[in-house]
Design a binder for this molecule. Structure first.
Ligand code: PA5
Length: 452
């Protein structure tokens, strides 16, 4: 997979002409001064949440030494393991999952020829999921990458306890410890203490890089490297986008941030990220976390949703075409495919498909995309179009940085702190109270009397 030749070293482009039935060019442009100020807050650290801006220049700060070290660790895991389980949740999971899915053979999981598989755990507390994972790992050579910035998150901690126990039973503690890599805070948290005690290989998540902005740190880079993909190219794509965004030569992030805020102000409260490539499903999940956790606060914020077309045209398509007009779409259009599949001619033509015989499947897909965009715009759903040259590490790196920068700018335009997530704590407090975690006695009493 890593030997694949990608053709394009181009950045993404944003086209907003299909929003102008809903908002005027002037309404978008009116946000330009606020957008410019917001971008400046990201670089001069004068906005809220400015202690979490390490991601802004992370790509250019990430040196070849670190990338080479990550590749060496990945190579050792690949050499010694049939399967590597990446344990993490939220920002410690979604970025790696998104990039690996976008770059992988769609049937990699069913092939035996692809080197070690990267599986994920700790992103849920499904008992059957964990049971079945452990069952699958029985008699397999496996390794673990455990990722938690805080080092105290319950979901990954449970998964790690189970898999660590299994690995130690399979190999003995000393050997098991050589197949575990921990990515966590430099000093704080239970995972850091455990890693120090056991002598695991570790990587640090910088204090100033929040979870959902951490895909270009070891959090995302190590699992992506283990999956066999080119992290140098991924980071280069992000670094080029970073330079162009920050020096003002590429206005894509500003344009996207201004446009979505103009649409929000015009009553479009839901943004649907649309792809026409099943490999981008988890990119949509990553994007939902980035924007949902960054902007949904103070009773404000666009609700981020995502669909995979044309699959979802046969489920959500009706709602999008005809439901409440509070939505807009952002379509990721991937220009070039990696493979060519042509629809064959058939003499009998019983299925009536000869009118597209000889065409590439992608040509049909592109017409589905164009036809849908026109239908939705005509139906009152404004449309932002993002052109991605291809699904390559370089282009994905570029798109990741674009969305991160636009998210910071957009959050500041909206008037929230895009870099905290106070709302995530509420469920944890209740869960700990219900589980009677030491230190939560008062909350336990309160929740029990409420449930009585
Ligand atoms: O973006 C965030 O900060 C969160 O989604 C975290 O990434 C998530 O809660 C996991 O946290 P941790 O890495 O501390 O286990």
């Amino acid at each position: 997979m890593q030997g694949k030749t990608y053709i394009k070293m181009e950045k993404i482009q944003v086209n907003i002409k299909d929003v102008f039935g809903t908002v005027t060019p002037e309404a978008v442009e009116a946000l330009a001064p606020e957008a410019a100020k917001s971008l400046a807050k990201l670089t001069d650290h004068t906005g809220e949440g400015n202690d979490f801006l390490g991601w802004v220049d992370l790509a250019t700060r990430t040196g070849a030494d670190l990338l080479d070290d990550i590749n060496a660790t990945a190579a050792s895991l690949r050499d010694n393991c049939e399967v590597v389980v990446a344990i993490g949740i939220g920002g410690s999971y979604l970025g790696a999952k998104a990039v690996i899915e976008a770059l992988s053979d769609s049937f990699a999981a069913y092939r035996n020829d692809n080197g070690p598989k990267v599986l994920f755990a700790g992103q849920n507390i499904g008992e059957d999921y964990l049971y079945e994972l452990q069952d699958y790992l029985k008699n397999k050579k496996f390794g673990i990458i455990v990722i938690s910035k805080s080092g105290t998150t319950t979901e990954p901690a449970i998964a790690f306890r189970l898999l660590k126990d299994q690995l130690e039973k399979q190999l003995g503690r000393e050997e098991a410890n050589k197949r575990i890599v921990a990515i966590t805070d430099a000093k704080k948290g239970a995972l850091r203490s455990l890693a120090t005690t056991e002598g695991y290989k570790t990587y640090v998540i910088d204090d100033n890089v929040g979870g959902r902005f951490s895909v270009l740190s070891p959090v995302g880079l190590l699992p992506i490297a283990v999956a066999g993909f080119d992290i140098h190219a991924l980071v280069k794509g992000a670094a080029d986008m970073q330079k162009a965004t920050l020096d003002g030569s590429d206005k894509a992030a500003l344009t996207y941030a201004m446009t979505r805020n103009a649409l929000y102000q015009a009553g479009k409260k839901i943004e649907i990220l649309v792809n026409y490539n099943p490999k981008l499903h988890f990119f949509g999940e990553w994007w939902k976390q980035l924007y949902g956790e960054s902007e949904g606060k103070d009773h404000k914020g666009i609700f981020p949703a995502a669909v995979d077309n044309s699959t979802d045209l046969h489920s959500m398509g009706q709602w999008i075409q005809d439901g409440e007009r509070t939505i807009f779409e952002t379509v990721i259009s991937v220009a070039a495919q990696q493979h060519t599949t042509v629809i064959p001619f058939e003499e009998a033509n019983l299925d009536g498909l000869n009118y597209i015989a000889g065409k590439r499947v992608d040509e049909v897909n592109k017409m589905a995309e164009l036809g849908t965009r026109i239908a939705h715009v005509d139906g009152g759903v404004p449309n932002i179009l993002i052109n991605l040259p291809e699904l390559s590490p370089y282009c994905l790196g570029s798109m990741i940085y674009f969305f991160e920068a636009a998210c910071g700018i957009s959050g500041y335009i909206l008037g929230v702190n895009p870099f905290n997530q106070p709302g995530v704590e509420a469920y944890k407090k209740n869960m700990f109270a219900l589980l009677e975690k030491p230190g939560y006695e008062k909350e336990t009493e309160a929740i029990k009397s409420r449930l009585a």
